[in-house]
Every structure is written in structure tokens, then in C-alpha cells.
Ligand binder design. Structure first.
Ligand code: BEZ
Ligand code: FE2
Length: 404
């Protein structure tokens, strides 16, 4: 058993002072030091800086490790230009990022306080790295392909990658399934993958309504995707409308990434079906997709959580940076309430969406903790200052073990 006595506990938005935390793999007690000492007289003390804060580890539910090699290869500013550049450079990017490069991405996330991540895996090149990462990992094997004639081959390839992920026997590693998007996956493939996920109670994720081009293609088979599908795939029509796509997910709550371009009806459907939106503000800005309307999500009771997306559409895998950018992107929102909502969305709300027993400093939760040096006693706007200042993370615990 360990006991830590920080100046402040932030969980994830409530500030507490004068309290200690007793933890081993889980948080066992929170209270005044003298009470915890009576309960756990043998406990070991964790040394902390004078102005230390303990908060839950951050959860990044959406990253593409296999594309971690990109720095200045891909083109930003418009979704289709970006997609064309991904297709042009895919092989160099994938081959240019070996296991060491992907392991660095995991280590960078850890340094940034991310104690759990969701890896969207296109080729299973990242399986070993994710299996050996220090963090908790939800490993989403992705199914993709809009051509009906290829459906069986693609499903078999997806299933063999998914089954390989199921062979990983490591505490904190959870195999899961990702459906790429409404425009890129044939409904027959989606149906099979979702039936498997539903039958075996497997977590699911999808990209949905990311770009204006996607919206136009799904709604009217026109726009910037039209020449793309004509040239590359000889297709005149979208394989799913937006409604057909959402109908396939009925009864299977799913993490829907981006959702910048969804209309009111679609948002209502997301809420009704228990889906959760993953908001990736930096990726949305860089790919020219606009800013999600968080007020509308809240008004429609659609839960949303924060994600970084991959280094193919970001310059860092850093949720503190992501939340800071979101503070400025959603400039009409009240500042402190937004900072609090963002922090909850990167911790307790993410844990809930992923079905994990972590994300808050509360008795019974797994001890995934960040010890941060605030350098001075915080005022009541701590959630805001935390996002602004990039404070030093002194210690990181996952399941009560210190990791670095
Ligand atoms: C496809 O395989 O059909 C596809 C993949 C990526 C983007 C669009 C379509
Ligand atoms: Fe993504």
C-alpha cells in the first residue's frame, strides 16, 4: 500500500485539499492522513513536490500508431487533398515508421499523461508495440473496403488481424473492432463485423461525418468525393447513406469519431442509440473539416470525449494540448465550464465510454494517477490553468505501479 498526500486532488474537475490517497492496484481510501495511517500503518509514503496535484491519468480513445512517421509528408487544409496525399505516401509512411517509431509514439503519450489509449490498427503492424506498451490499450482492428466483390477477402483479412490481437494475453490489453467509415466500408462487411462485436460484447469504433465532402457524398453522391470514387473505385454512388449507416449500428453503442458535420436528426439518433462522439479538434482543423458544435452535442445529450487522432493529422499525441486548442476553438463557450467539461471528457467520461474502471480519483477505481507539480497553490480556476500552463508531470502510476 502507498499513501500520497498532494496539496490538491483534482478528480477530474472537483478540487480537494487536505486529503491523502491510499492505493495499491486500486484506490483504497481517500481521507485525512491520520485516518489513512490508522487504517494502513505499514503503507509506504510517496514523496511529492510542495505544490503537487494528483489527478486521474488521461485516456486517448483514438490514435493511429501506424501513421506515426508523418511530420511534413501529408497535405493539410482540405480532407480530399489530405486523403490523396495519404494514398500517394501510404507505403513510405508505413515502412518509414518501424516498431521503434511506434513505441516512441506510445512513450510520448505516456510522458503527456496518457495512461490508456485506443489504437486504430489498419494493418496490425502496431500489434506488438501496443501489446508491449506500458499503458492500458484498446486495440481496434479496422475493417475497410467498399467493393462488394472484395468483401469476403477483406473480412477474412480483418478477422485474422482481430484474432491475432485476441492472442495477446496482457492485463489491460483489450481487443476491439473499428469500422473505418460510412463511405469506405460495404454494408455487408459492416453487418458481419458488428454481428461479431455484438455477439462477443466487443467495443466498436467508427469515423463518422468527419468532412463536408463526406456529408455531400453520403447525402447526394456529389462533391469532392465524386471524382475520388470514380477514379479509384469506379463507383458512382455511396455504399451507405448516413441513415443506412447509423441503422446498422442500432443496438450497438459505438465510439463515433469526429461527427463534425452531423445534423440534428443524426445527433438525436446518436444519443438515442447510446453512441459516444470522439472529438479531435486539431485533426478537424488541419484537415479543413470545421469545428464541432459542442453546445449542440450537449443540447442533444450526445456524450463526447476527447481524442488526438494519429500523427497523420496532428503534430503531437498530447491531450493537454488538444484540450487547450479546444478551449480556443470553441471561443463562444464559457471558459471555466468548458475547461472542466474538457477534463471530464479526457478522463471519467472516456472511462465510462470504454467500460473501464478508471478515470477518476475515487475509492475502488484502478490507480491510474498523475502527480503534477503546479509550482504554486492553485486558485479555484485550476482546471483552466492546468490546460494553459503545461505543468511538469512528476510521477505516473498505472494500476498503482510507477511507470516512466
Ligand atoms: C475503400 O476501400 O473503399 C476506401 C478506402 C479509403 C477511402 C475511401 C474508400
Ligand atoms: Fe482517425
Amino acid at each position: 500500500m502507498k499513501i500520497i498526500t498532494p496539496e490538491t486532488i483534482l478528480s477530474p474537475t472537483e478540487q480537494l485539499s487536505g486529503q491523502s490517497i491510499a492505493f495499491d492496484t486500486h484506490i483504497r481510501a481517500i481521507g485525512p492522513l491520520h485516518e489513512l495511517l490508522e487504517q494502513f500503518p505499514e503503507a509506504e509514503f510517496v514523496e511529492t513536490p510542495l505544490h503537487s496535484m494528483v489527478m486521474p491519468g488521461l485516456i486517448n480513445p483514438h490514435v493511429h500508431l501506424e501513421f506515426s512517421g508523418n511530420k511534413s509528408t501529408l497535405k493539410y487544409g482540405s480532407f480530399l487533398e489530405w486523403l490523396y496525399s495519404v494514398i500517394e505516401h501510404r507505403d513510405d509512411l508505413i515502412q518509414g515508421c518501424d516498431e521503434q517509431c511506434m513505441a516512441k509514439a506510445c512513450d510520448d503519450m505516456l510522458k503527456n499523461g496518457i495512461t490508456t489509449f485506443g489504437a486504430i490498427s489498419s494493418y496490425a503492424m502496431d500489434l506488438e508495440v501496443a501489446a508491449n506498451a506500458k499503458q492500458k490499450v484498446i486495440f481496434f482492428s479496422e475493417v475497410i473496403g467498399s467493393q462488394a466483390t472484395m468483401a469476403d477477402t477483406l473480412y477474412d483479412d480483418f478477422m485474422s488481424r482481430f484474432e491475432a490481437s485476441q492472442k495477446v494475453q496482457r492485463e489491460g490489453f483489450i481487443p476491439a473492432i473499428a469500422i473505418h467509415s460510412p463511405y469506405s466500408v460495404h454494408p455487408a462487411l459492416i453487418r458481419r463485423a458488428l454481428a461479431h462485436a455484438t455477439q462477443h460484447n466487443i467495443l466498436t469504433s467508427a469515423h463518422y461525418m468527419e468532412s463536408p465532402a463526406e456529408k455531400e457524398w453520403l447525402e447526394s453522391n456529389s462533391g469532392a468525393f465524386q471524382p475520388f470514387f470514380k477514379e479509384f473505385l469506379k463507383q458512382e454512388y455511396a455504399v451507405n447513406t448516413s441513415k443506412e449507416f447509423l441503422d446498422l449500428f442500432k443496438g450497438k453503442p459505438t465510439l463515433m469519431t469526429h461527427v463534425v458535420q452531423a445534423n440534428d436528426e443524426e445527433l438525436r439518433e446518436l444519443a438515442e442509440e447510446g453512441h459516444t462522439v470522439i472529438h479531435c479538434p486539431i485533426s478537424n482543423r488541419l484537415l479543413g473539416n470545421g469545428a464541432i458544435d459542442l453546445e449542440k452535442l450537449d443540447a442533444n445529450s450526445v456524450p463526447w470525449i476527447m481524442g488526438t487522432d494519429g500523427l497523420s493529422s496532428n503534430y503531437a499525441l498530447d491531450l493537454m494540448e488538444e484540450m487547450k486548442i479546444a478551449l480556443f476553438m470553441h471561443a463562444d463557450a464559457d471558459l471555466l465550464p468548458l475547461a472542466k467539461e474538457l477534463l471530464a471528457s479526457a478522463t471519467v467520461k472516456s472511462a465510462k465510454a470504454l467500460g473501464l474502471n478508471t478515470g477518476e480519483i475515487a475509492v475502488g477505481r484502478e490507480a491510474d494517477l498523475l502527480v503534477i507539480d503546479l509550482e504554486a497553490t492553485p486558485n479555484e480556476q485550476l482546471p483552466l490553468h492546468l490546460l494553459l500552463h503545461g505543468y511538469n508531470i512528476e510521477h505516473i502510476y498505472i494500476n498503482g505501479n510507477e511507470v516512466s
